[in-house]
Design a protein around this ligand. Structure first.
Ligand code: SAH
Length: 380
């Protein structure tokens, strides 16, 4: 317990009043008291929620069903402009778009919108930077700046939903927490955001279409299971043996593979959902046939039919010698995992050509002020 508190304390960041409070930080009760504080009747809270979550409008001055006299007051009190798009890049004939956002304190975060024939997914950031220090991930190299607020997360979702509606006449179907940051290290705000994303009176995205990806903070995985949200859990395993995983995912030195798989099993049992095990294949590092065998055996033993392996071709980060595994090695890895009865797919990697550009988006901007590299995000 003491050690656990130590870990959490080291990875905790305070928001220090940044960013300011926003309507999207509030649940239904909070929205009612916020409008009451402004001397407005309770029904305005529902009206605002409909405008924000239903019509995707974040500026009260555009909410024409509000009396003109209160719009400015609401804008100042509850709808500060939290994120400003500073750059956008598109690829895959416009089907993939990455946005670099600047928060009120100058913090930069990225989100990615991906359209597919049957679905549209936004990949959001939960923290600015990341404290988990995974060496193959450039966000991990830059360290953690701060947690994002629930509203900063939700603004990324709202922007994606508005783009889909306005530019494509389409709806947002999936949200994945696979951008910058470790979502479970910003637990309360991420869970608050997830509730707003999935509530019918929120963005109304199906819970199973929301994926939270984690390095494996075991107690937080158990807590998430007990929220009964039925989200999809993605576990960034990347190695089936502690010796290697200690180096690839340093959080493993705190919660090792069996701790993490036990927590994942609890998640699967409680929610009935299959856990998605993420495995970034790195040439000559974690792609050996024996590791495929060990991976499959351990998953089979602990998770039974409730595991699914997602192989991600490594997206090499600037300045690193690590490369993606050759196709033949990848095929053999997948074949061996499947041979043990564990479903295994290779992730469709969208936006590779702008992934670098995307990392550069943040890095370009960052390097003018500080010499850090931000990560090209993984495409989903
Ligand atoms: N912190 C969370 C979510 C963010 S990253 C987590 O670690 O799960 C989302 C996924 O992308 C994780 O599985 C992460 O390990 C993986 N990833 C990070 N950098 C990568 C890279 N350069 N190439 C391939 N996958 C990467």
């Amino acid at each position: 317990m003491v050690r656990q508190l130590g870990f959490e304390a080291r990875h905790r960041t305070r928001l220090d009043g940044v960013p300011p409070r926003h309507f999207a930080d509030l649940d239904a009760a909070g929205r009612e008291s916020a409008v009451a504080e402004l001397g407005l009747p309770a029904f305005r809270a529902k009206q605002l929620a409909y405008q924000y979550y239903g019509r995707l409008i974040a500026d009260p001055r555009l909410m024409t069903d509000l009396p003109a006299g209160v719009r400015d007051r609401l804008a100042a009190a509850l709808f500060p402009n939290l994120l400003t798009a500073v750059r956008e890049v598109a690829c895959d004939s416009g089907q993939t778009r990455k946005t670099l956002w600047r928060a009120v304190d100058g913090t930069m975060v990225e989100s990615v919108l991906m359209r597919y024939p049957q679905r549209a997914t936004v990949c959001v950031s939960s923290q600015a930077g990341c404290g988990m220090a995974c060496p193959f991930c450039a966000t991990g190299q830059a360290g953690l700046s701060r947690n994002l607020s629930a509203a900063e997360i939700l603004e990324q979702v709202r922007a994606a939903a508005a783009t889909l509606r306005d530019d494509f006449g389409d709806r947002l179907s999936n949200v994945v927490f696979m951008g910058m940051g470790e979502p479970l290290a910003n637990y309360a705000r991420v869970v608050a955001a997830v509730r707003r994303i999935t509530e019918p009176a929120g963005f109304g995205v199906s819970a199973r279409a929301v994926t939270v990806s984690t390095v494996g903070l075991a107690p937080a995985i158990r807590k998430l299971a007990d929220e009964r949200l039925a989200l999809t859990l993605a576990l960034s395993l990347h190695a089936p043996d502690d010796e290697l995983r200690d180096t690839l995912v340093p959080a493993n030195t705190r919660w090792n593979i069996s701790d993490v798989l036990d927590a994942a099993r609890h998640y699967a049992d409680t929610t009935g959902r299959r856990v998605s095990v993420e495995y970034a294949l790195i040439r000559d590092v974690n792609d050996q046939p024996w590791r495929a065998e060990l991976l499959a055996k351990r998953l089979r033993r602990v998770l039974g039919p409730l595991a699914h392996v997602n192989v991600i071709p490594l997206n090499p980060t600037p300045g690193s010698n690590w490369k993606a595994s050759p196709k033949a090695v990848r095929r053999e890895f997948v074949r061996r995992v499947r041979a043990h009865g564990v479903p295994c797919t290779v992730r469709d990697t969208r936006g590779r050509e702008i992934s670098a550009a995307c990392g550069q988006l943040a890095a370009d901007t960052a390097s003018r002020r500080q010499r850090t590299r931000l990560v090209p995000m993984v495409s989903l």
